[in-house]
Design a protein around this ligand. Sequence first.
Ligand SMILES: [Ca+2]
Ligand SMILES: [Ca+2]
Ligand SMILES: [Ca+2]
Length: 130
Amino acid sequence: MNARTSRLVATAGLLLLSGAGVLATAGQSSAATRDGSTNSGEFGAYYLQNQASYVFDFASYDANFANDSFPKASSINPDDNTESYWNRNSTYVDVYTESGRGGVHGWIPDGLSGNFSSNYKNNVTSAYER
Ligand SMILES: [Ca+2]
Ligand SMILES: [Ca+2]
Ligand SMILES: [Ca+2]
């Protein structure tokens, strides 16, 4: 390897390192759960269809939507009150029509957004990341 090639390789290595640093910072800053925005790593349940209007966003799970409100609409309860979803976790999310995994059980693959089907529309009360 001549001196010129050696310098080019060294420069490329530095670029890769700085790129990884930027990604790590973005991941840490996107973790604001229950802030009314569905960030990477969160599940969002939306007040209206097609991911419109207010969103109840959380990481990991929520065993009972009844003791919550939409972060950007503090007077509106998300229990039995959401029509669409966006799963930004890297795993499935299980949803249920009653608290604590009760009622009808459905599941949403990682990365998927959509409208709740009739069993779940305005009926979801708990949800869990797998
Ligand atoms: Ca959020
Ligand atoms: Ca809750
Ligand atoms: Ca329910």
